[in-house]
Ligand binder design. Structure first.
Ligand code: TMP
Length: 210
């Protein structure tokens, strides 16, 4: 499963809470993030997010994220899935569709092609989209947490396109993408996330005859 959403919606906090709660229920859970999760991925992450890093086209950016993804899928995600672990990834293909495609202007068909190559066809059974009512809420969280990285520095108009892009994707894939409002306390949000994840897991186990 994947977590998606604008910067500052609390994905990392929610993933930590979910991992703990799933482990308490007896699941073996593996969590990782994009870009990153492998030595090559972490190096690409530093290059992409360094606030003083070089300017680049959205297409080059999409390909760099895809390189990190190709490495993660083959070296980490597929082996973890083969071990029957519950795999949670912070950001995946939807991030590239939204940030470089819808918000960045790379044609969606090109992003879909890049994503297909990077993932080798691996796709999430469930995506939790953390959404905020209000962009200023997100803005404030980004500002209060730490210095902005390269992507977070792109300003409000870009962040607004990202948020609208996610909402468009959620409407397009309602079976897979479940929207959770990030405005409650972390524990309240986590309760909602956990029930969606358990319902999704039940469906997958039933479908796969587990
Ligand atoms: P984060 O790990 O703090 O969310 O930072 C990752 C940043 O990279 C975030 O601003 C979203 C951005 N991103 C893309 O633009 N495209 C992608 O494909 C991915 C995975 C992330």
């Amino acid at each position: 499963m994947t977590f998606e959403g604008c910067d500052g919606t609390g994905k990392s906090t929610q993933i930590s809470l979910l991992v703990r709660r799933l482990e308490d229920l007896g699941y073996r859970v593996f969590a990782t993030r994009e870009p990153g999760g492998t030595p090559v991925g972490e190096a690409i992450r530093s290059l992409l997010l360094d606030a003083r890093g070089p300017e680049r086209t959205a297409l080059a950016e999409a390909l760099l994220y895809a390189a990190s993804r190709a490495e993660l899928v083959r070296k980490v995600l597929v082996p973890a899935l083969h071990e029957n672990q519950f795999v949670v990834v912070e950001r995946f293909t939807d991030s590239t569709l939204v940030y470089q495609g819808i918000a960045g202007g790379v044609p969606i068909e090109e992003i879909e092609q890049i994503n297909r190559i990077a993932t080798g066809g691996l796709s999430p059974d469930l995506t939790i989209l953390l959404d905020a009512d209000d962009l200023s809420e997100i803005d404030q969280r980004i500002r209060s947490e730490r210095a902005k990285d390269k992507i977070e520095s792109r300003g409000r108009a870009y962040q607004a396109r990202v948020r609208d892009g996610y909402r468009t994707l959620a409407r397009r894939f309602p079976e897979r993408i479940k929207v959770v409002l990030s405005s409650g306390t972390p524990d309240e949000v986590s309760d909602q996330v956990l029930s969606l994840v358990l319902a999704g897991a039940k469906e997958v186990f039933t479908r796969e005859g587990g």
